[in-house]
Design a protein around this ligand. Structure first.
Ligand code: SF4
Ligand code: SF4
Length: 183
């Protein structure tokens, strides 16, 4: 169901708050803890819609221990974001939903311009997880940052021919081999 003006209005400050929280967290990780992301993302969205089929939210400890807070959080998700709770994975503290804005036929969002910040941030958010993973349908690619550095060093090695560089990178799985099946 498309967002009306009330939902659009309520979603705006929530989006700002989420973005501010996420930016602060990432800045803290980089500048204070000096932890660089292990992976980087490349590519662009092919619009497969997979990430809209079952939007999931990893919740903090407070929401996990307090069923009252969780109740209001889920209520907000249902009535403002249009997310209906389907499952709560208590072990990993992840809430899974179906989204009423997602059209399974067209694979489009009926309220794209007022979609929540978590939808806008996907798939960057996977870089913040312990074991980054993408849907097989997703056209983005996760690359190990150390692999990127190694590939750059090989590219700079003038003692190798272009063919030898390519072969070496393929052998080290730094780039797809010629025989890889295309998507
Ligand atoms: S609000 Fe839109 S972008 Fe977000 S999960 Fe639903 S359909 Fe996808
Ligand atoms: S899964 Fe990846 S490619 Fe598919 S819609 Fe989401 S971001 Fe785009």
């Amino acid at each position: 169901m498309r967002d009306n003006w009330i939902r659009r209005l309520l979603k705006t400050p929530a989006r700002w708050l989420y973005t501010l929280q996420l930016s602060t967290h990432r800045l803290f990780q980089q500048k204070v803890l000096r932890t660089a992301p292990v992976y980087s993302l490349t590519g662009s969205c092919n619009g497969c819609g997979k990430c809209c089929e079952e939007p999931s939210i990893a919740i903090g400890g407070l929401l996990h221990v307090s069923s009252t807070l969780r109740f209001f959080f889920v209520l907000w998700q249902r009535h403002i974001n249009g997310f209906h709770l389907t499952h709560y994975d208590t072990k990993h503290k992840v809430l899974s939903f179906t989204c009423t804005h997602y059209n399974t036929l067209t694979k489009a969002c009926d309220s794209y311009h007022s979609r929540p910040a978590m939808c806008r941030d996907y798939p960057t958010i996977v870089l913040d997880t312990d074991a980054p993973n993408l849907f097989p349908e997703c056209s983005y690619t996760l690359t190990l940052n150390s692999a990127k550095t190694l590939a750059a060093l090989i590219d700079e090695d003038t003692t190798l021919t272009p063919e030898q560089r390519q072969k070496l990178k393929q052998n080290l799985s730094l780039e797809p081999s010629d025989t890889s099946p295309s998507k």
